[in-house]
Design a protein. Structure first.
Ligand code: HEM
Lengths: 220, 323
């Protein structure tokens, strides 16, 4: 445990994780220069960045269950970075759509937002992440107070659900991949529900013995 | 083979490129490695003969046909590596990987239904029904991308006239090959197979409608619908059924695969139309493949730009209702 602990708390680990999070982008750029984006490069980039958005949302949602199940509370150090990378990739994804796919055709994009429900729900998933990215700093946790901050940041659950629905609604017939993501997101949210129910039962059982556990950003 | 006049060559006479390359590979394999394993692999490949049709071969005596566009032809590599052929997998790159060993010889197309002379046609028969023409058509996918392809074939009407449809024939139903042993990815595609498509009789008989046996000067690659497919350039690509095994002239509008699976996204007519959008796609613009990542979307034309030739087929019809 000593080694694990010193790795997880080393500032270099953060640097390494940061670099790892950039690998999907680096591979994409590399493929671009190698002419390996295939016959429809715009679609390739759109799918690549979309895939990595949902993956980073999932990785971020893994932090809390892993901390608790594996007893590695230090993982919390990476959660903000991972969440911000999900936001980073959705920004790339959204920009790909605006620039390469639709080429700033405002009326076209507006029609898509209104009419194409997979776009509408994807956009909702993106918008939900904006306040989370803004309030991801220590200053904002302090300003909002741990409890309110935590409540706000539960919006990531909705964003992940929106992302899965966005994917599910766009596939033509082969639903395997969106259903796989749905299963993973579903399991991660179910774990939270389970943990919450468990806590509540315990609390009512021991109500007169313990006082309320203080909620901080770290316990979400 | 040399003493035969070129025009008498039959489909099965054409020596597949694979025969040369396999033989060369065989020698190189032996020389380079001297290894028994490599040697045996190439040897067995060579002994089992070329998988006819699995490697495109050059088509001779193809004349320039009518209706060709002067637009830049899409690089062949894009047209052979980016395919929707769900029997071989739903990823765009799946068909080019999974259709490599698809057997296209022997091949029979059954032409039947409301016709005076039903026929079971071999590929040799099909190659002889009418002179082969090269026609460079725009091809627009419902997914808002498009390509420009030099197809080879002849008007479908030539085949129809051969079997003499009766006055009862109002539609033509097309059926693609399906066999899970050759297409193990098929059951995961999420749509029912065999793949079915259909045209109204006047659409099928329109001179633009092509019975297609080749592209880019050669026979069709497997992933592009070998050995014989339809090409209907004013309709979304999925109307152009691949690897045909059955052509049936019928009285009533036949069921078609995508329309059955998701009717809100795919109509029976499926004419390219920038003014009719579905909940899935805006059809206002398209990406022309081959132009690179920064190529801008181009406006989609009604009937894919073939309106002067086909719009009259639909006069008086509400194209929003019959999309
Ligand atoms: C939380 C937010 C989002 C997530 C998690 C997400 C995720 C995804 C995923 C997983 C894919 C499919 C990738 C594949 O097929 O491999 C995708 C495709 C796509 N997304 Fe998103 N996305 C989000 C937001 C958005 C937004 C805001 C837009 C634009 C307004 C957008 C537009 C698209 C488009 C156009 C496609 C491609 C659809 C096609 O192939 O036709 N997405 N996205």
């Amino acid at each position: 445990m000593g080694v694990v602990n010193s790795i997880l708390t080393s500032k270099w680990t953060k640097v390494v994780v940061f670099a790892l999070c950039l690998v999907p982008l680096a591979v994409l750029v590399w493929k671009g220069f190698q002419n390996e984006l295939g016959a429809n490069p715009v679609e390739f980039v759109e799918h690549w960045t979309g895939d990595w958005t949902i993956r980073f949302l999932i990785i971020t949602l893994c932090v809390t269950p892993f901390r608790k199940l594996l007893h590695v509370p230090q993982l919390i150090r990476f959660r903000r970075m991972l969440g911000l990378f999900a936001f980073f990739y959705v920004c790339l994804h959204f920009s790909t759509w605006i620039w390469l796919d639709r080429f700033f055709n405002l009326s076209d994009m507006w029609a898509d937002m209104l009419k194409r429900r997979f776009i509408t729900v994807g956009f909702a998933g993106f918008v939900l992440l904006i306040p989370l990215a803004i309030t991801s700093t220590k200053g904002w946790i302090r300003r909002l107070g741990g409890k309110r901050w935590q409540l706000l940041h539960r919006a990531i659950y909705l964003s992940a659900i929106a992302g899965v629905i966005h994917y599910y609604w766009q596939v033509k017939s082969d639903e395997r991949k969106p259903l796989q993501y749905a299963a993973v997101v579903g399991a991660l949210l179910a774990w939270r529900l389970g943990a919450w129910l468990y806590k509540r039962r315990q609390k009512s059982a021991t109500d007169n013995r313990t006082s309320k556990e203080p909620v901080t950003a770290e316990t979400a | 083979m040399d003493d035969k006049p070129a025009s008498k060559l039959t489909y099965s006479d054409i020596t597949p490129k694979g025969a040369y390359t396999n033989r060369r590979n065989f020698l190189f394999g032996m020389l380079a490695t001297g290894g028994a394993v490599t040697g045996w692999k190439h040897f067995s490949n060579w002994m089992s003969g070329p998988a006819t049709g699995s490697v495109p071969v050059k088509l001779n005596n193809v004349k320039k046909g009518p209706f060709s566009t002067a637009e830049a032809i899409t690089p062949e590599n894009d047209v052979t590596t980016y395919n929707n052929f769900y029997e071989f997998g739903t990823g765009k790159g799946d068909p080019s990987r999974n259709a490599k060993n698809f057997r296209t010889s022997p091949w029979t197309v059954s032409v039947e239904g409301e016709v005076k002379k039903p026929r079971k046609l071999s590929m040799d028969d099909i190659m002889k029904i009418a002179p082969l023409e090269e026609r460079i058509y725009r091809h627009r996918c419902v997914e808002a991308w498009s390509i420009v392809v030099p197809w080879i074939g002849y008007s479908f009407s030539a085949l129809a006239n051969l079997v003499e449809p009766t006055p009862k024939a109002k539609y033509v139903a097309f059926e693609s090959y399906y066999d899970t042993r050759q297409m193990p990815e098929g059951p995961s595609a999420g749509i029912p197979f065999p793949y079915l498509e259909g045209l109204r009789m006047d659409e099928a008989m329109h001179p633009l409608t092509l019975l297609c046996v080749g592209m880019y000067g050669e026979t069709l690659p497997n992933q592009d619908g070998a050995p014989v497919r339809m090409v209907i350039p004013w309709k979304y690509g999925y109307k152009s059924a691949k690897s045909l095994v059955k052509i049936r002239f019928v009285k009533n509008q036949p069921p078609t695969t995508w329309n059955t699976a998701t009717p809100e996204w795919y109509g029976f007519y499926s004419n390219v139309n920038p003014n009719v959008n579905t909940v899935r796609w805006s059809q206002a613009t398209e990406h022309r493949l081959g132009g690179g990542i920064f190529s801008r979307p181009i406006p989609t034309q009604i009937f894919n730009g073939y309106g002067d030739k086909v719009a009259s087929l639909y006069s008086g019809m509400d194209l929003r209702k019959y999309y």
